[in-house]
Design a protein around this ligand. Structure first.
Ligand code: SF4
Length: 367
């Protein structure tokens, strides 16, 4: 049997160099990975590992931990060793922690050249230590902490300034024959951020880590990230992503995965096709869609479930889905792979959909 054709995507990935963060390949040869960052004090090893376990369960590929103090640096070996997913140490201000993180066995280190004084002078030693341990480096430029030299030159954190800062630091690493570099140029304004990545993408073949920094609370941050990542992914730009939300990090992972799934850049799992409802609705679509989503969340098989409020588009959409319900007259017609399998009273719709989903999952597992 031949494998089914992969679902269509909007564009080819931009060709990049490749590197590995632990087991996770980064670059155009690999799927786009999803990252998040812990919010626990890193020095609290148990709490941090607990949060990493939650992120892993949510589908996070790579996790970053902050390292602002010596206590945090001391916790890195235990965290790097026990985490189920690769751990990146996030270093600001203190170059000595870059070396500590590399020694600790972190899968990568993020440095912010803009806030490590004399960073340029230290690149040689950092490159050497990273090379000795096979540790990649993310050059993480951030609008809020842009190199003073570039602030003076550009007046503010323009797209050009962000890209120039990153390219300058990457060139210093390249001078020391170190190329295991990925780059981010984050800004809280999606327009500036998108332009910065476009400039960078045209100037280098390093893998790019996408992020809208300080994107805001969940609603605004989700939209800003989705719009900005979409604009870049449409051009094939982006190799690993982090959605930044003022919300628990598991939410960041869910949003990141959903963005990739929406563009067929990651296999879709549960997908709810539900109508917005309107004056014709004969059932409470919002509640029904929420109940079905909650009941089926976490299913490991791809499943498209249609929840439709009436018979206008209901049967058509429900037929296109793996599983669906079209409501009307206090009843729900339940469809499986295009066939009506039963009609149930409204109160039994959710439980019937769950039963049928489990049956489909069972059939898929035994195929
Ligand atoms: Fe309205 Fe029916 Fe369409 Fe839902 S399926 S939006 S209830 S017409």
């Amino acid at each position: 049997t031949t494998a089914p054709a992969p679902p269509p995507v909007l564009s080819e990935r931009r060709k990049t160099r490749r590197l590995h963060v632990g087991e996770v390949g980064i670059g155009s040869d690999f799927p786009i990975s999803v990252q998040s960052m812990t919010t626990t004090p890193t020095a609290d090893v148990n709490a941090t590992l607990q949060q990493i376990a939650e992120l892993t369960a949510a589908g996070c590929d790579i996790v970053r931990v902050a390292c602002p103090s010596a206590d945090d640096a001391e916790a890195l070996p235990a965290i790097a060793k026990k985490s189920q997913i690769p751990v990146i140490a996030d270093i600001h201000f203190q170059p000595k922690y870059v070396f500590a993180a590399i020694e600790a066995g972190c899968a990568a280190v993020r440095v912010n050249p803009g806030n490590i004084r004399k960073f340029d002078d230290q690149v040689k030693e950092i490159a050497q230590a990273a090379k000795d341990h096979g540790t990649p480096i993310r050059i993480g430029v951030n609008a809020g902490s842009l190199d003073k030299r570039l602030m003076d030159k550009h007046g503010k954190a323009t797209p050009e300034a962000l890209a120039e800062s990153a390219m300058w630091e990457a060139s210093l690493f390249a001078e020391h024959d170190f190329h295991d570099v990925k780059i981010s140029v984050k800004h809280n304004d999606p327009v500036v951020m998108v332009r910065a990545y476009e400039i960078l993408a045209a100037q280098c073949d390093y893998p790019l880590h996408l992020g809208v920094t300080e994107a805001g609370p969940a609603f605004q941050g989700t939209i800003k990230s989705a719009v900005a990542f979409g604009a870049l992914l449409r051009q094939g730009i982006g190799d690993t992503i982090r959605v930044s939300l003022s919300a628990p990090p598991v939410e960041e992972v869910k949003v990141g995965i959903q963005i990739l799934q929406s563009l067929n850049l990651r296999p879709r799992k549960l997908e709810i096709v539900s109508c917005p409802s309107c004056g014709r609705a004969q059932v409470d679509v919002y509640t029904l869609a929420e109940q079905v989503t909650a009941a089926l969340e976490g299913m490991e098989i791809p499943l498209r479930v249609a929840v439709m409020g009436c018979v206008v588009n209901g049967p058509g959409e429900a037929r296109e889905a793996d599983l669906g319900v079209a409501s009307g007259n206090g009843k729900g017609q339940i469809f499986v792979k295009g066939e009506v399998v039963k009609t149930v009273p409204e109160h039994a719709i959710v439980e019937t959909l769950i039963e049928e989903a489990m049956r489909i999952a069972g059939d898929t597992a035994s195929e």
